[in-house]
Ligand binder design. Sequence first.
Ligand SMILES: Nc1ncnc2c1ncn2[C@@H]1O[C@H](COP(=O)(O)OP(=O)(O)OP(=O)(O)O)[C@@H](O)[C@H]1O
Length: 277
Amino acid sequence: MSEAREVAAAGDGRSDDGSTGGLRLAARGVTHGFEGETVFADVDLAVEPNEVLAVVGPSGSGKTTLLRLLACFEPPAAGVVTANDREVWAMTDEERLRVRRRLGMVFQHRSLFSATVASNAAYGLRVRASWGERIRAAVRGFLGSAETPRAAEEALRTVGMAEKADRHAASLSGGEAQRVAIARALAPEPDVLLFDEPTSNLDPRNTAIVEEAVRAARDRGMGVCLATHDMQQARRVSDRTAVLLGGEIIECGPTAKVFEAPTDSRTREFLDGELVY
Ligand SMILES: Nc1ncnc2c1ncn2[C@@H]1O[C@H](COP(=O)(O)OP(=O)(O)OP(=O)(O)O)[C@@H](O)[C@H]1O
């Protein structure tokens, strides 16, 4: 069976000719916690193609934990995570890996590799390349970053880091490293982006650059799940907002509606900064 057919048979959203359709990632009745303590229970949430979904909530409410479950890092304690309606933890390791390769992720404790900016940005492209491409690239010196693939270059340009492509990652400021981590996630054109506080280290100008990159990714058809405690950021970039509070999603809907006419009184209090957890 060809790889395209195998993938189509796995039902992860790629069509028979190998082209990609959208990927819908969802948590269904998900409960998770640590050391006997429940962080959240019975969470339902889906990241649709072509949308930015913001997950907002106070520190410690479980935003990172939820993103890690959607990223298939670990199975939930209860409930299921699905990719195009297939339970990811019922898939074979190979099928799940294919789903993960369709995700672009930036987590708070991101770490760049000890290599140049260009090599970091090209990482996802190297991982996704077929063995034949990898061998040809290695022969051309691509793996040693002698050449930056166009998609990596483009992603670096998107976050304003193209001029620093030859710099070593260790020499970057925190904000620059953050932007390179974002370029690394964007370069392979994933179907879904999972961004955990992607602008926490950035000044207003660079925050605006990243927010524009998020909108552009959405406009190219990607689904973006953005965890943030910056309410104004959620308002500026997201199409839908989910409020994670007190161990549950208390509200999820169009961003304008959540901000202007929330159905749960705790949402209003949280947005107004009156609810302290
Ligand atoms: N690996 C772990 N082991 C034990 N407890 C954990 C682990 N990861 C997270 N927690 C706990 O789970 C809860 C939720 O953490 P999480 O990082 O998901 O919250 P968050 O909403 O992303 O917070 P922040 O906005 O501060 O990043 C916290 O109480 C945290 O201490």
